[in-house]
Design a protein around this ligand. Structure first.
Ligand code: DGJ
Length: 751
């Protein structure tokens, strides 16, 4: 893998055998994109690939494919960079000024999270400098191509090299011109408790975008955008996946112009953004990650999963086994005390659980969600032995101890707000919008970040805490900060996110052994930015297993299983009222960072025995669930949305677990086989089927080729159910709605 530069043709070719990106200095000094996607032969010029953009007498040869488009120069499409110069104009003419090809990947800087390498051989980086002579504005575009994946990470630095201040109005992390628009756009959209539905639409002329102006990435639209050809499936065909490594206001957009080409751009949402750059100052965009595959959407996911799991997540928990946890939230809500928690922890230990997590309500006057947020001192009425006493008792049971925090928020009814009302975001003299009785602390004020680093640091140092769940339960409104003058208020949202990242940096550096899980009213800030600090995230407040099939499926398009918190909760489910068998709930949650969210002391003996078997089943295969390759097999968004299937397989194709789920039973089911992937066609596999965690239903041997070409039989079930599950006429007894079937595969030799 390398990055070639040909001074004769003034072209760069980034190639790793799996993808190629070709850029060029154009005749006028602008930077052009000649190609991105399929791997191309090296040592050739691809100048002929650019398409003239017709209509402009003096712009002959300027292509459709621009790497840094700006406004006002006849392009008329969405720009990647808009800078207002002192004369009020926004016209830039950034021309090539030089470049560097670097081994490895330099740090992005500016406190931003980003992908990284551990050795220089893992990637090469091309940095291209462009200068707008009249204003002195300089731009550096960074392209890193990873050796292992068909992935390019792209970011931009804007430097004010002039003598007067300028204002950055739009600075996209990535801008990519594609030569045709025959793509279907994939977005992950939803709401609280139904995050990341897969929504698809064919590209049409004009702009199609998703984004957030809520101050966080949001449950409504994930900062991810996919493209697939009409014929692309999970395993075949061309696809793109573009993710923004950022947790704030974002824009993910494709514009199709009249000649039928498509421009994709991702970055901080310009609608709520401006940034003043004084002479000598630099603005850094977040990083965008662009994966291309011709092995279908699954190929894009495989690349992003490995990259995010191994070269975005950081710290000792990146690779360590994630503990099976029990969180008390749905089991108790605010109604707990020391003894009740210790009883729950004891019962959890007996089930095989490894980590006990105390959720909201342990601090200040927090007896419900109306008060106490911001006062990070333990509530001694509820916990008379303090956090350290509780942690000691939990540790004494042989469990790790975890704690919930929501540092970025404050209830008006709190000592913190009474002391520092100006620390909450709002416009003086105007009403502040309330949301869950709370306000957002102004992380654009360094004093607020300092305060939080101290008080949360004190909490984490006060007891042996192994895990933190970092929650965030409302969006930003009435954006205004006393930290900035009137003409710089457009910086607030991004400065908030930078403050958040600084707080994460300080706490994760001070407490490297703590496993952080991010959360935001469920999955409202599930993004690649936070995965750099917290290797797992609470996927959704919706713990209903049927809903989770869709939520986990959508989330899995960019994000790995190791990042997706997934818990078994009680029934009737607290979000949907649905009653599903506990086995079904566990069989879904295992395809994630597995845990429970219920009161284990309220389980029946039978349920306890069942949960013990579930935990044992998971722990025995944890390596596979956490680090295996995840493959989506049957979409819960297709057909009557009654079925779903997915699997994990290890890199050597020696072990795999397949999950098949049927929501409602239909009598006399049609004959059905589930085609698997990720196996070795030349191997033989022992396949063990489980329809409950009591005991496997049976075992059979099949060739990898058969399993991947014909599939494994679902109806009639393979193996046939035992005699006692058959009706007198030979048909099998159906277990009703919410059936699952896990197939455990072990390679036993060559075919
Ligand atoms: C929202 C989270 O998503 C829940 O899991 C829980 O932690 C509550 N907040 C606590 O207030």
């Amino acid at each position: 893998m390398t990055i070639d530069w040909d001074p004769a043709t003034r072209e760069w070719h980034l190639h790793n055998g799996a993808t190629s990106w070709v850029l060029a200095v154009l005749e006028n000094g602008w930077l052009g994109h000649l190609h991105a996607g399929a791997p191309l032969a090296t040592g050739r010029s691809y100048r002929h690939l650019y398409l003239g953009f017709p209509g402009y007498d003096n712009r002959v040869g300027e292509p459709v494919g621009l790497a840094l488009p700006g406004p006002g120069v006849g392009d008329f499409r969405v720009p990647a960079l808009v800078v207002e110069t002192p004369d009020g104009a926004t016209v830039l003419d950034p021309r090539y000024a030089g470049h560097r090809i670097l081994a490895g990947k330099p740090a992005i800087g500016g406190g931003l999270p980003a992908t990284y390498v551990e050795a220089d051989e893992e990637a090469d980086t091309l940095e291209i400098d462009l200068v707008d002579e009249p204003s002195g504005v300089r731009v550096t575009l960074a392209y890193t191509l990873f050796a292992r994946w068909p992935v390019v990470a792209r970011s931009m630095r804007v430097i004010n090299g002039g003598t007067s201040g300028v204002t950055v109005r739009c600075a996209m992390s990535a801008s990519l011109d594609l030569p045709d628009a025959a793509w279907t756009l994939i977005q992950l959209s939803g709401a609280w408790s139904r995050e990341r539905d897969v929504v698809e639409r064919p590209l049409v002329p004009g702009r199609q975008s998703i984004g957030s102006i809520r101050g966080g990435s949001g449950a409504e639209h994930n900062p991810f955008l996919g493209l697939r050809r009409v014929s692309t499936t999970e395993s075949h065909g061309e696809a793109w996946g573009a993710a923004l490594v950022y947790s704030g206001n974002h824009l993910c957009e494709v514009e199709v112009e009249p000649f039928g080409t498509a421009r994709l751009r991702l970055g901080i949402n310009p609608e709520s953004f401006s940034w003043r750059l004084e002479p000598g100052e630099t603005f850094r965009t977040p990083e965008a990650v662009l994966a291309w595959s011709e092995a279908g959407l699954g190929g894009v996911s495989a690349a992003l999963h490995e990259l995010f799991r191994t070269r975005l997540a950081r710290g000792p928990w990146r690779d360590a086994d994630r503990p099976v946890l029990l969180n008390n939230w749905e089991g108790t809500y605010f109604d707990f005390d020391h003894d009740r928690l210790v009883a729950m922890a004891g019962a959890a230990k007996d089930l095989g659980v490894e980590l006990f997590v105390l959720d909201d309500g342990w601090f200040g006057a927090r007896t419900d969600d109306t008060r106490g947020l911001g006062d990070w001192t333990v509530n001694l009425q509820k916990l008379p032995k303090g956090l350290d006493g509780l942690a000691a008792d939990v540790h004494g049971l042989g469990l790790k101890f975890g704690l919930w925090i929501e540092p970025e928020m404050v209830n008006p009814d709190s000592d913190l707000f009474r002391a520092h009302p100006d620390w909450a975001i709002g416009v003086p003299g105007r009403k502040r919008t309330m949301w869950r009785n709370q306000l957002v602390l102004d992380l654009a004020q360094p004093a607020v970040v300092d305060h939080l680093a101290t008080v949360i640091g004190d909490v984490l140092a006060s007891a042996p805490i192994d895990y933190v769940k970092w929650d965030w339960n409302r969006y930003l409104t009435e954006p205004w900060t006393p930290a900035l003058p009137a003409d710089r208020q457009g910086e607030l949202f991004h400065r908030y996110v930078l403050g958040l990242y600084e707080l994460y940096a300080r706490l994760t550096e001070r407490f490297p052994s703590i496993l952080f899980e991010s959360c935001a009213s469920g999955g409202a800030r599930f993004d690649a930015g936070l995965l750099a600090w917290a290797p797992q995230a609470w996927t959704s407040d919706d713990t209903d297993a049927v809903e989770r099939l869709a939520i986990q499926w959508g989330t899995s398009i960019p994000y790995p299983l190791s990042s997706m918190g997934a818990h078994v909760s009680a029934v009737p489910n607290h979000q949907t009222g649905r009653i599903t068998p506990i086995g079904f709930r566990a069989a879904v949650a295992m395809f994630g960072a597995f845990g429970y969210e219920l009161d284990p002391t309220a389980l029946t003996d039978e349920e306890r025995a069942e949960v013990r078997r579930q935990v044992a089943f998971y722990v025995e295969r944890r390596d596979l669930f956490q680090r295996g390759r995840f493959l989506r097999l049957r979409s819960p968004f297709e057909g009557k949305r009654n079925e779903a299937a997915w699997m994990v397989a290890d890199a050597a194709a020696s072990r795999a677990v397949v999950g098949f789920y049927r929501v409602l039973h239909r009598p006399w089911p049609r004959r059905d086989r589930l085609v698997l992937r990720g196996l070795d066609p030349a191997a033989s596999y022992e396949v063990t089927a489980w329809t409950s965690f009591d005991a496997p239903e049976g075992t059979f041997v099949r060739g990898g080729d058969e399993l991947m070409r014909l599939g494994v039989r679902l109806e009639p079930p393979d193996p046939a159910p035992p005699e006692d599950l058959r009706n007198p006429d030979g048909t099998w007894i159906v277990r009703g709605d919410f059936q699952f079937r896990l197939f455990d595969l072990r390679r036993i030799g060559e075919r």
